[in-house]
Design a protein around this ligand. Structure first.
Ligand SMILES: [Fe+2]
Ligand SMILES: [Fe+2]
Length: 282
C-alpha cells in the first residue's frame, strides 16, 4: 500500500541539493509526495525538479514557497506576484502536479482516507516582536536587529499593494472554499509553506524573522478543518511538534550548510500518515 510522504525547501539552485533531488525516489509505486514550497527561485529550476518528481511519484502535490514567488533578475520568466503564481500553476498542470487551485484530492493509501489540502496563504507580519503594535513598528524593530527577509526586495505582490494584502485575500478566499468544499467526516492534511500556528517560530535563531513566517489568521485552522496532520517548511528547522493534539511536521531539506550541520538523514521523505506516528530527528 502506498505511503503519503513530504519534503520542502529543496532549493535546487545548490548543486548538492540537486543531487539530493535526483536521489529522491518513492518506496512504493503508489506513494504520493507533498512538496511544501521553496523548490527554487528560477522557473527553469522549478520545472526541472517538478518534472523529475512527477515522473517518479504516483502523485505530486505542490504549494508555493516565497522563493518560487520571487522574480529574480536572471529568470527568463519576469512575471510578478499573482501573474507569476498563475504561471507556476499552469506549469504544474502541464506536469500533472496538484496545486492549491485544483480540486482537493483524497488520499486512500496508508493512514487514509484523508483530504489533501494544498494551501497558498503567504504571511502578514502578524507574528510580531513582543510590545510592537503594527507592521511598521515591527519592521522597524527587525531592521534595528539587522533582520530583513530578501522577500522585501524580490517578492513582488502585484496587483496587491503588499504581501499582507495578498495574504488577507488568500486567507479569505481559501477559508470560504474550505468551508464550502470539505466533505463531512473526513480528516484533512493541511499543506502550507509556512507554519499555520506561531509556535514553531519560537525557536528561530533570529526571532524577528517570524514576521515573514505566517499569519495569526490560521491559528484555529488545524482544529476548524479537522486536520489529522499539518505539513509545512520555510523555517529550515526539520522537526515534529504537536499543537492542540495535531502533529505539525516541518519537512525542509534546507541549504547544504544547514542539512550538513543539523540533519541525521538529509533528504529523507517524511511519512505524514498515519498521523503523528513518526518522530522526526534533526
Ligand atoms: Fe526555504
Ligand atoms: Fe521559504
Amino acid at each position: 500500500m502506498g505511503k503519503l510522504v513530504a519534503i520542502s525547501d529543496l532549493h535546487v539552485r545548490y548543486e548538492e541539493n540537486r543531487d539530493m533531488v535526483e536521489r529522491l525516489r518513492p518506496a512504493d509505486d503508489e506513494d504520493w509526495l507533498l512538496v511544501a514550497g521553496d523548490v527554487g527561485e528560477l522557473s527553469t529550476d522549478i520545472e526541472w525538479a517538478l518534472t523529475l518528481l512527477a515522473d517518479r511519484f504516483a502523485r505530486v502535490v505542490w504549494v508555493p514557497g516565497n522563493h518560487e514567488l520571487w522574480t529574480p533578475p536572471d529568470d527568463p520568466v519576469q512575471l510578478k506576484g499573482e501573474a507569476r503564481y498563475r504561471w507556476l500553476v499552469e506549469l504544474c498542470r502541464r506536469l500533472g502536479v496538484v496545486t492549491p487551485e485544483d480540486p482537493y484530492p483524497v488520499w486512500e493509501g496508508e493512514g487514509g482516507p484523508a483530504v489533501i489540502v494544498p494551501l497558498f496563504l503567504l504571511y502578514d507580519y502578524s507574528f510580531r516582536p513582543p510590545g510592537t503594535r503594527g507592521k511598521r513598528e515591527a519592521l522597524e524593530v527587525a531592521e534595528e536587529a539587522g533582520v530583513i527577509c530578501t522577500d522585501e526586495f524580490l517578492l513582488k505582490p502585484e496587483p496587491y499593494p503588499s504581501a499582507d494584502a495578498w495574504c488577507a485575500a488568500r486567507v479569505a478566499s481559501t477559508r470560504a472554499r474550505l468551508e464550502a468544499e470539505l466533505p463531512e467526516g473526513l480528516p484533512t492534511v493541511l499543506v502550507n509553506h509556512y507554519p499555520l500556528v506561531r509556535e514553531p517560530t519560537r525557536v528561530l535563531r533570529y526571532p524577528e524573522f517570524a514576521l515573514w513566517c505566517g499569519t495569526e489568521a490560521t491559528d484555529d485552522w488545524p482544529k476548524r478543518f479537522n486536520a489529522a496532520s499539518v505539513v509545512y517548511g520555510h523555517l529550515h528547522i526539520h522537526r515534529l511538534i504537536h499543537h492542540d493534539g495535531v502533529p505539525h511536521h516541518e519537512v525542509s531539506l534546507g541549504y547544504p550548510r544547514e542539512w550538513k550541520a543539523y540533519q541525521k538523514d538529509p533528504g529523507r521523505l517524511v511519512p505524514v500518515l498515519p498521523a503523528g506516528k513518526t518522530a522526526v530527528g534533526r
